[in-house]
Write a protein that binds this ligand. Structure first.
Ligand SMILES: [Zn+2]
Length: 389
């Protein structure tokens, strides 16, 4: 397959600065033009903010489910990272193609766009669909909307491949990603009179210590081999609070995440924290001042990918990408949303997750070639058989 076309596409794709906070519409319009020219029907689904959009493109019979190839169009920021070349200009160093998003995940999108004319031609019996989403790296709102749409469509795809970087291995499970922001309101007094005040910093510390104890308990149960960290993980990664060493802190905010194993409910774990607050922390705080409080709000709650729903799809796809053993990953993907729409989903794409989000992020020629071969084989499969699974 034509590697140079996919590299040209990648060069165009990385030049769109689609850091999640910025508009992705120019990229979506470019991709829509390319897929349209490849013979696909395209639909741009705009977000309410007018700046972001999903793209859904289809070729083949409308009354047959077919295969969906899915990728997110946004990338993570580059601020504070030590890049050796412009992150938004594709730069070659030996076999590495370097740019923000090269691995995560514009390499996959470039391969799909390059292959679209071939795939569209081979979609006579079973359709092929291309889905590009927005804001995967922040709140996953794009796929949330798109998946809800697909769930209510009269005919929805029979299978989905999400091309997140897995080094072209078929990934059948990923952990959920639930992120919460917690705001603690204390009561400020001079710290020499600390019994008359409540330090929001200390309450936040108690909550984080509670989360750490939950982690210790989780580490003794619910082991799921196959994940690098084989347990549900809980982590507090950001905290701000207080104004002076001698004032009990009026405010403290922190952010924590729960990466739940498939089958483990992040909500249930959150419920434990909330009960701890209600029973053990809030009564003492309120006894000092009615203005004290604890608010926990979800930032993102993305379901995990559970390997019970995609075994036959994985078995059908593994030979097409020379994958012997299905993988499990601990990073969040949109796969849980697609699965919830009733579409069996696996994750498989070019590039190494270890370089994603890093300075000098890259994808290699070899990975792009393998992805093109995989898409080629998928196209043949669509042409030759009536079902993917
Ligand atoms: Zn990604």
């Amino acid at each position: 397959m034509d590697l140079s076309t996919s590299i040209d596409c990648l060069e165009r794709l990385v030049a769109f600065d689609t850091v999640s906070t910025r508009p992705n519409l120019p990229l979506i319009e470019w991709a829509a033009d390319r897929l349209d020219a490849a013979g696909m029907q395209t639909r741009i689904q705009r977000a309410e903010d007018g700046l972001h959009a999903n793209l859904y493109a289809s070729a083949g019979p409308a009354d047959v489910p077919g295969l969906m190839l899915s990728g997110h169009s946004d990338v993570v920021p580059v601020e504070g990272q030590d890049w050796h070349s412009d992150p938004f200009t594709l730069t070659r160093r030996d076999d590495r193609l370097i740019a923000r998003g090269a691995a995560d995940m514009k390499g996959f999108i470039a391969c799909v766009v390059a292959m679209a004319p071939v795939l569209a031609k081979r979609a006579r019996r079973q359709p092929v669909h291309v889905a590009l989403s927005y804001n995967e790296e922040t709140d996953m709102q794009g796929m949330r909307v798109l998946a809800a749409d697909l769930a209510s469509a009269p005919v929805r795809p029979a299978a989905c491949v999400i091309g997140e970087p897995t080094s072209m291995q078929v990934v059948v499970a990923n952990k959920g990603a639930a992120i919460f922001r917690c705001r603690v309101r204390g009561h400020p007094v001079h710290s020499s009179l600390r019994d008359r005040g409540i330090s929001a910093v200390e309450i936040a510390a108690e909550m984080i210590a509670f989360l750490n104890r939950m982690q210790e308990r989780l580490n003794t149960a619910e082991r799921h081999d196959g994940f690098e960290f084989p347990f549900t993980s809980i982590h507090a990664g950001m905290i701000q609070g207080g104004t002076a060493h001698n004032i009990t802190a009026a405010e403290c905010s922190f952010v924590f995440e729960i990466r739940a194993l498939p089958g483990v409910s992040a909500e249930a774990l959150l419920g434990e924290l909330q009960r701890h607050c209600d029973e053990n922390l809030l009564p003492g705080m309120r006894a000092v001042s009615a203005e004290c409080g604890i608010e926990i709000t979800p930032v993102v709650n993305a379901p995990g990918l559970d390997d019970r729903g995609n075994r036959s799809l994985a078995a059908a796809l593994m030979p097409l990408c020379v994958c012997r053993e299905p993988g499990r990953v601990s990073f969040g993907t949109e796969a849980g949303f697609v699965t919830q729409a009733g579409i069996p989903t696996v994750v498989c794409g070019p590039g190494d997750i270890a370089v994603a989000h890093q300075p000098d992020e890259f994808v290699t020629d070899e990975q792009l070639s393998r992805c093109l071969d995989f898409l080629d084989a998928l196209g043949h499969r669509l042409e030759q058989s009536d079902t993917l699974r």
